[in-house]
Each structure stands twice: as structure tokens, then as C-alpha cells.
Design a protein around this ligand. Structure first.
Ligand code: GAL
Length: 371
């Protein structure tokens, strides 16, 4: 089974848009390994839109851009595989991709064959230039094509959360599905996307995960979705903590060849990733309307507890153990560990509080201990 856990990797779009080529992809593969990203779980390297020629060949097959990829895609895929990574590509359910390159509609079986031949392990499938075909059927067509192409390919549907995708993505065979429009490297966008998914996460589970869009951590206002603003490090913590608690796929979008020490530490944080990758893939439950907290049941008698402060002042956030159904005289206390630092914070009864800075988040792992 694919996507037993939320898929993790890197995607070219957020930083590079159409400025992609063989050299960038191979250097990125090197950097994913050298920076410990692969070891942390980021296994898919995905080339997004703008990789092909504008026309198919005389047999109707896709052709890689000859200037960007002079040795062809298989050469790049082989290199990516040689580093121990998996290789991903992009197409679209319409007649053109969002950037105007050939889309797969009417060519699904040709394209699945092409992807299998060049060694693709992951296909992101976009939603521009659609035909009159119902949206779920357009995705179903590619799902059938991929499942019959002779290679195991993870199917990442990207219809931006439209057409009630949460109600059919799993049914059509997708392994993850975009549930939002495109993220930007701003705290407004992080807040908006996370708020919009709070009541949708119950649909996400092993085999098919709700994808809140790619990570902006480390963009710092650069790239095509940076718009010169960028987020604070606190905002990136909020972003990563929410995506981890939500079991969202974690697709890095920054230039990993130039990753700061702080962002590398965040993106490879072992306890946060453990929360994201928990094999039970359970949804969080949220409490509070402004600053809020949430918990997620993990395997092995653990609970992840996230504290989120989207407001413009520091706030004290309190997790009452009553939210877990505990009562004051129960023979049960919680041992709390700070998930960001790994620090053991001791044993608590009834409640646990922490101060959280503006636009920041904290995350804890709680283990019930019977007295
Ligand atoms: C958008 C998609 C982005 C990116 C872009 C490429 O529709 O949401 O993530 O893939 O198309 O043109």
C-alpha cells in the first residue's frame, strides 16, 4: 500500500516555477541527502509544472524540454534513484497544465506509460484547462491509467479543494489530495489554510491524506510565492507544527541547497515528524476559537498536544485534561515532553499551561502514567 503515512519530499514549484533544469534537480537530490532530509523521511523529489516541450511528439507522447533536460528525464530520474530518493513528476487533468504545457486529458494512458518508462514514483495531477468531464471522473481516469501502467506510482491529486474533493479523493484511488488553493509565504495564508481544514481532517487517513499544500518554511520571501514578504521563524514553527498535527503531506518548497541551520532543524525535528508520521494517522481535535489548542491520539499510549497563537500578543494557553475525558481524582497523570526541544517537562495533573508568542506554536507529547 502506498501512502501508509503522509508522503514527504520536495517540490520545485514554490521557489523555482519554470526555472527548473537538470542541474537544479541533481543538485537538489545531493542536498536532500547531504542535509539529512532523506534520513528524516523526505523521500520524494518532485518536478512540478514547466518540464516538457510545448508540443507532444508525432506519436502523441510527452517530450521533456530539450534545453532544460538535455539528457532526458530518465537520466535525471536514474540520478535521483541512485541517491536513494524517489522521483516525482507533474501533469494536469485538463488539455493544458496551469502554465500552458500539454495536459493529460485524452492522453492518460500514453502519459502513464511514459511516466512508468522514465521511472516516476509520484505524480502530482493538477486541475487547469478542464474539459466538461466531471472532475472526479477526470481524476479517476488517471488513477486507472497509473494503476495499470506496470509501475507503482503515488497519485497526488491537486484540484485545490474544489468539488468537495474530500468526499471522493479516497474513492477514486488518490493517495493525497490538495484541499486548498495555493499557499503563499505569508502568515495570513498559513492561518487561512489551516483554519479552512480544521473540520476536514477527519477525512484524512492512511492510504489517502489531506494535503494542505507544500511547505513555505525556509522561503523567507524568495521564490515565486514569496512575494518579497516571507514569514518569521515563529510563523514557520506554527506552520510546520500545524501540518504535522494535521497529518498533512510534508513537501518542502524552499531551495534546500541553501537551507539555514534553524530551518533545517525545524524541518528535520524528530518528534514533530514522529507526530506527522504516526502510523494510526488520526485527526486532531481542536479547542478554542482564537488562540487554540488541539490534541491527536498517537500510537503507543502517546498524545500530541499543539498550542497555537495566531493573535498579535503573547498568550497563555491551557490544556485541561478534561479535554481528554480525565477527571480530577483519576489515577492518571500526564508526563509531558516538549516536542520542539525534546525536553522532559515533568508530570502534570488536571491541566498544563504554556506561554506562546504571537504567531507562534508549541507542541508537546503527553504520555498518561497510572498512579
Ligand atoms: C497550481 C498548483 C501549484 C502548481 C502550479 C503549477 O494549480 O496548485 O501547486 O503546481 O499549478 O502551474
Amino acid at each position: 500500500m502506498l501512502a501508509k503515512k503522509p508522503p514527504m519530499g520536495w517540490n520545485s514549484w514554490n521557489t523555482f516555477t519554470n526555472k527548473i533544469d537538470e542541474k537544479l534537480i541533481m543538485e537538489t537530490a545531493d542536498a536532500m541527502v547531504d542535509n539529512g532530509l532523506l534520513d528524516a523521511g523526505y523521500e520524494y523529489l518532485v518536478i512540478d509544472d514547466c518540464w516538457s516541450e510545448k508540443q507532444r511528439d508525432e506519436n502523441g507522447m510527452l517530450v521533456a524540454d530539450k534545453e532544460k533536460f538535455p539528457h532526458g528525464i530518465k537520466y535525471v530520474a536514474d540520478y535521483v534513484h541512485s541517491k536513494g530518493l524517489k522521483f516525482g513528476m507533474y501533469s494536469c487533468c485538463g488539455t493544458l497544465t496551469c502554465a500552458g504545457y500539454p495536459g493529460s486529458f485524452g492522453h492518460e494512458f500514453d502519459d502513464a506509460k511514459y511516466f512508468a518508462e522514465v521511472g516516476v514514483d509520484f505524480l502530482k495531477y493538477d486541475n487547469c484547462y478542464k474539459t466538461k468531464m466531471e472532475n472526479y471522473l477526470a481524476y479517476m481516469r488517471m488513477s486507472v491509467a497509473l494503476r495499470s501502467c506496470g509501475r507503482e506510482i503515488l497519485f497526488s491529486a491537486c484540484n485545490w479543494g474544489t468539488d468537495n474533493v474530500h468526499s471522493w479523493a479516497r474513492a477514486v484511488g488518490a493517495h493525497m489530495y490538495r484541499s486548498t488553493f495555493d499557499i503563499t509565504d505569508t502568515f495570513e495564508s498559513i492561518k487561512e489554510l489551516s483554519e479552512s481544514q480544521k473540520d476536514k481532517l477527519v477525512y484524512s487517513a492512511p492510504g489517502c491524506y489531506n494535503d494542505i499544500d507544500m511547505l513555505v518554511t525556509g522561503l523567507h520571501g524568495e521564490g515565486s510565492i514569496g512575494f518579497g514578504h516571507g514569514c518569521t521563524e515563529a510563523n514557520y514553527r506554527y506552520h510546520f507544527a500545524f501540518w504535522c498535527l494535521a497529518s498533512s503531506p510534508l513537501m518542502i518548497g524552499c531551495d534546500v541547497r541553501n537551507l539555514s541551520k534553524e530551518n533545517k532543524a525545524l524541518l528535520t525535528n524528530p518528534l514533530l515528524i514522529r507526530i506527522n508520521q504516526d502510523e494510526e494517522g488520526r485527526p486532531p481535535i481542536f479547542f478554542g476559537d482564537y488562540e487554540y489548542h488541539a490534541f491527536k491520539v498517537l500510537s503507543n499510549n502517546e498524545y500530541a498536544i499543539g498550542f497555537f497563537n495566531p493573535l498579535d500578543k503573547e498568550r497563555k494557553i491551557t490544556f485541561n485534561f478534561h479535554d481528554l475525558g480525565l477527571m480530577p481524582n483519576d489515577r492518571c497523570v500526564l508526563k509531558i515532553t516538549d516536542a520542539f526541544t525534546g525536553e522532559d517537562l515533568g508530570v502534570y495533573r488536571d491541566y498544563f499551561s504554556a506561554h506562546v508568542g504571537s504567531g507562534d506554536a508549541k507542541m508537546f507529547i503527553a504520555t498518561p502514567v497510572l498512579l
